[in-house]
Design a protein around this ligand. Structure first.
Ligand SMILES: Cc1cc2nc3c(=O)[nH]c(=O)nc-3n(C[C@H](O)[C@H](O)[C@H](O)COP(=O)(O)OP(=O)(O)OC[C@H]3O[C@@H](n4cnc5c(N)ncnc54)[C@H](O)[C@@H]3O)c2cc1C
Length: 544
């Protein structure tokens, strides 16, 4: 063994970095091992065009919302470069003319905007916002709750379950019914209960299908909407999203700086091949180079198939757990299209290439529920969407650090291509898909096509092979109901521990993941620290 640490973190994505920072803060000598040449994982800022190195894009994830102030403050991230510009409104222009803007926290302007399409919907909007806010009050704290082992009869697990039930003793029949609806309904059915206008419903459906292998009529998509609506960017404004200055890679860089400040050592270009176990306990890792490094604690932040089936090995894990991980659903059909623009899109509905409010938020391609559903149906039937759905943003509306003066980045988070496009690059088809996506926006902003100076297309194959996002799923696993809370990543192991003693799990495939929230990293580190303390206590007791 070449070296020995107190703790090794496998994977230098933002969760791995958060875990390492908390472990080092507790006094553990900690090493992060990252396969790629840089840290950040799916929170990455890159210069994808070799002939234009001064154009940088936030290549995969693109907006912040879900990271709790606890982590931001504990790691003092603002001091290390965490700086968020709150986003402007959701914006959708319509091919038939007109547009709608929806604001995260401006009821008066929302009423004006929605009333242009339906007065009834405009009147319903404040009730909808209040309804969501009420649910966020229940669901928000749950994101920071370690899921109990439901069904376990051990006194400790039973008391955790009871404690959770007690914490929610104030919930009334109606709130529980609302949570049930949110967890089980489709976003389309839910919005039908509230609104009548197709334009309003299309705009509100966006968050229900982001990163999801499901169309808006699939049960469970209402929860996906909630998952994306309950965050705040640390300023207490519910549902607000924001752009990190320098792109999402700068979030990971801020965490890495904080981690190094606590003494963490970070090695890039160091792919791990195996977690070493002995007698059911993790004792270290072996790199692909053959180098072996020992540690009493190993935290993996990789996709569950890599972390468990490849690195630990099915032969070292309980059969039920192996089956659960083999059955883990990890599709998305997402394609990220990053554009460098010589000028801002000039929307027919809101003309002008000068910077205006509608450029500052998300520039959607989700005109109606039927449009979104059609895009999913194409992909489910094995074809890339003819007219793809997109959640677009123009971070350079605020952030001038990404491009040379006068240029912009437009980042399109698009869906869907077939679920098995992780298996082959499908380059030519992705180019054609991107052309169609740009044409759809071109119908609303005719200058877009000619404004493009560079484009970068990242499909499911790239996400799997370059970033370790198996199946191309953006969250290391779908946010479907059977993969949430006490089921994430497997029943009995949602407490950031694993069947292997000393091996902890910090990926987006645990509760509160995905998203760039850092909660899995924090919780896995806390579990390891708590276990170490408990073991110390037991040793002391035995000695006395
Ligand atoms: C296209 C896209 C858009 C998204 N948009 C958003 C968004 O706007 N906002 C948001 O909050 N979330 C978004 N997400 C989701 C979010 O980015 C992820 O949930 C999150 O970044 C995952 O973080 P992680 O640390 O758990 O895993 P990862 O970021 O996947 O990190 C895992 C790390 O492990 C490394 N690794 C893999 N194999 C090995 C190995 N064998 N040895 C060592 N290291 C290894 C990888 O290189 C990677 O760096 C998006 C994701 C994608 C793909």
């Amino acid at each position: 063994m070449s070296a020995r640490y107190d703790a090794i973190v496998v994977g230098g994505g933002h969760n791995g970095l958060v875990a390492a920072a908390y472990l080092a803060r507790s006094g553990a000598r900690t090493l992060v091992l990252e396969a790629r040449g840089k840290t950040g994982g799916a929170a990455t800022t890159e210069a994808p065009w070799p002939d234009a190195p001064d154009f940088r894009v936030t290549r995969l994830s693109y907006v912040m919302s879900l990271m709790p102030p606890t982590i931001i403050n504990d790691l003092d991230l603002a001091r290390h470069g965490y700086k968020i510009y709150p986003m402007g409104p959701y914006y959708q222009a319509f091919p038939e003319g007109g547009s709608i803007k929806l604001y995260a926290d401006d009821a008066k302007r929302n009423h004006e905007e929605v009333a242009r399409w339906s007065v009834k919907d405009a009147d319903a909007m404040p009730r909808w916002d209040a309804w969501l806010a009420g649910l966020a009050e229940v669901l928000g704290p749950l994101l920071l709750t370690v899921p109990p082992k439901l069904g376990s009869r051990s006194p400790r697990d039973l008391s955790e379950t009871l404690r959770l039930a007690w914490r929610h003793r104030g919930l009334d029949v109606r709130t529980i019914a609302d949570v049930t609806r949110l967890m089980t309904m489709s976003i389309a059915d839910l919005l039908d209960d509230w609104f009548e206008s197709p334009q309003v419903k299309g705009a509100l459906a966006v968050n229900g299908v982001i990163g999801t292998w499901a169309g808006p009529y699939e049960p469970g998509t209402a929860y996906v909407m909630a998952h994306h609506s309950i965050g705040d960017v640390g300023d207490g404004h519910l549902g607000n999203w924001g752009f990190q200055e320098g792109g999402m890679g700068a979030v990971a860089d801020a965490i890495a700086r904080a981690a190094r400040g606590f003494g963490v050592e970070i090695r890039t270009g160091a792919p791990v091949a195996k977690v070493v176990t002995s007698g059911g306990r993790a004792t270290g890792v072996v790199l692909e180079s053959g180098e072996e490094i020992g540690a009493g604690v190993v935290v993996s932040s990789l996709h569950p198939r890599t972390a468990f089936l490849d690195h630990v090995g099915a032969e070292n894990l309980p059969g039920d757990f192996v089956t659960d991980i083999e059955h883990w659903k990890t599709r998305s059909g997402v394609v990220k299209i990053n554009l460098a623009l010589a000028e801002l899109p000039d929307f027919t509905a809101d003309p002008g290439t000068d910077l205006q409010e509608h450029h500052t938020g998300s520039v959607e391609m989700a005109p109606t529920m039927e449009y979104i559903e059609r895009a999913f149906t194409d992909a489910r039937e094995g074809r890339p969407a003819q007219r793809p759905f997109s959640d677009g943003v123009i971070p350079t509306a605020f952030d001038k650090t990404l491009v040379p003066e006068g240029y912009h980045i437009m980042s399109l988070f698009t869906q869907w291509v077939p679920a098995d496009w992780n298996l082959e690059p499908h380059r030519a088809e992705l180019e054609a898909y991107a052309d169609r996506m740009i044409d759809c926006y071109g119908e609303l902003a005719p200058n877009l096509k000619s404004a493009i100076v560079h484009r970068d297309i990242v499909g499911p194959y790239d996400m799997e092979h370059d970033y370790g996002l198996i199946g191309g799923n953006i969250f290391h696993g779908e946010l479907s109901l059977e993969q949430l809370f006490h089921m994430r990543p497997a029943p009995g192991f949602a407490d950031y521990r694993t069947p292997i003693a000393g091996l902890y799990y910090a990926s987006s495939a645990t509760h509160a993941g995905g998203g760039v929230c850092g909660i899995p990293g924090m919780q896995a580190a806390k579990a390891a620290i708590a276990d170490k303390k408990a073991a110390k206590g037991r040793r002391r007791l035995r000695r006395s």
